[in-house]
Design a binder for this molecule. Structure first.
Ligand code: NDP
Length: 312
């Protein structure tokens, strides 16, 4: 069965903007009442261009809101011990409220050791085992930014979570697992799928809320989606092939092909946009859906951390 009207877009931009305004107000209050200005320390190791762009965007977002941030850049020959030593210094600094180590780290650095070295009270990415454990216990404190952003996007778009059948495709530490926990916390009935799930479409077609976080361009098709469902597309994949763009984008095809001609690529999520739009009720576009929420939630986590550390 098909939807009679194409899916409406669930745009993250205006919601991220709303959260930024709230964070700016909260920051101004913290300054007026307690002379506290929250500060993020962002650590970038190596020369991965995508990571450099992410860190630059985060640091810029902090500056725009009048929050402090500092950027530590280390070269790719940095050892696990050297990075742990920098994190210990940041842990000990009273003026630093949030520590973000941009992932992925270069080969040779032990990611788990680094994540565990961050003070859980400054762990604004929410990856430390203490924060992961609190979330799993139903007592979320610092929650990973993209999953927290997905919940904000649903809430502020008026999509009911309580009692809904939610299906999350992907079980990573960064997206799949934490978003499943948050949906469960909000009383959805949650199913988690992964690469070994048998008959994926049969499972995903039951979902009122379908979250795709796989890293596979356009993988989720019409057959995976319940008519009228809300589809949250977390994937960010670059495609460079014009023929692939033609098969994915429906009415947006010309614009996407122009983007490939202009800069060599265009972005697509894990959901096939043209097919999903014929079946779903709402769908987050890529770009412009979940993406903008991630930085907004990082800002909010850092301000929350500044308050919590001072018992405010
Ligand atoms: P990972 O590669 O860590 O995890 C992918 C998950 O998808 C795994 O659990 C894997 O299963 C599952 N999977 C892969 N293929 C299939 C399949 N055919 N059927 C069912 N499940 C499958 O990715 P991340 O969670 O880090 O990221 C997912 C996507 O989200 C990426 O495109 C990434 O770029 C994007 N992303 C976007 C963010 C944003 O701000 N919008 C932030 C973070 C990520 P298994 O465990 O069995 O291997």
């Amino acid at each position: 069965m098909k939807q009679s009207a194409p899916a409406r877009a669930l745009n993250g931009g205006p919601i991220a903007e709303e959260i930024r305004r709230e964070v700016a107000e909260e920051t101004a209050r913290l300054w007026q009442e307690h002379q506290v200005k929250p500060c993020l320390a962002a650590v970038l190791v190596g020369d991965d261009p995508a990571s450099a762009v992410y860190v630059r965007n985060k640091v810029r977002a902090f500056a725009e809101l009048g929050l402090r941030s500092e950027h530590q850049a280390l070269d790719s020959s940095t050892t696990t011990e050297q990075l742990v030593s920098l994190i210990r210094t940041l842990n000990a600094r009273d003026d630093v409220d949030g520590i973000l180590v941009q992932l992925p780290l270069p080969q040779g650095i032990d990611e788990a050791t680094i994540i565990e070295a961050v003070d859980p009270l400054k762990d604004v990415d929410g990856f430390h085992p203490v924060n992961v454990g609190l979330l799993a216990m139903g007592r979320p404190r610092l929650v990973p930014c993209t999953p927290a952003g997905i919940i904000e996007l649903l809430d502020r778009s008026g999509i009911a979570i309580e009692g809904a059948k939610a299906c999350v495709i992907g079980r990573s530490q960064i997206v799949g697992r934490p978003v499943s926990q948050l949906l469960l916390q909000r009383d959805a009935t949650v199913t988690i799928c992964h690469s070994r799930t048998v008959d994926l479409a049969e499972v995903t077609r039951q979902a009122d809320i379908l979250v795709a976080a796989m890293g596979k361009p356009g993988f989720i098709k019409g057959e995976h989606i319940k008519p009228g469902a809300t589809v949250v597309d977390v994937g960010i994949n670059r495609i460079t092939d014009v023929a692939q763009a033609r098969s994915l984008f429906g009415s947006e095809t010309d614009e996407r092909i122009k983007a490939i001609e202009r800069r060599g690529y265009t972005l697509v999520g894990d959901v096939h946009p043209a097919e999903a739009d014929a079946v779903a009720g709402r769908r987050t576009p890529v770009p412009g859906g979940v993406g903008p929420l991630t930085v907004a939630m990082l800002l909010r986590n850092t301000v929350g951390s500044a308050r919590r550390r001072r018992g405010l």
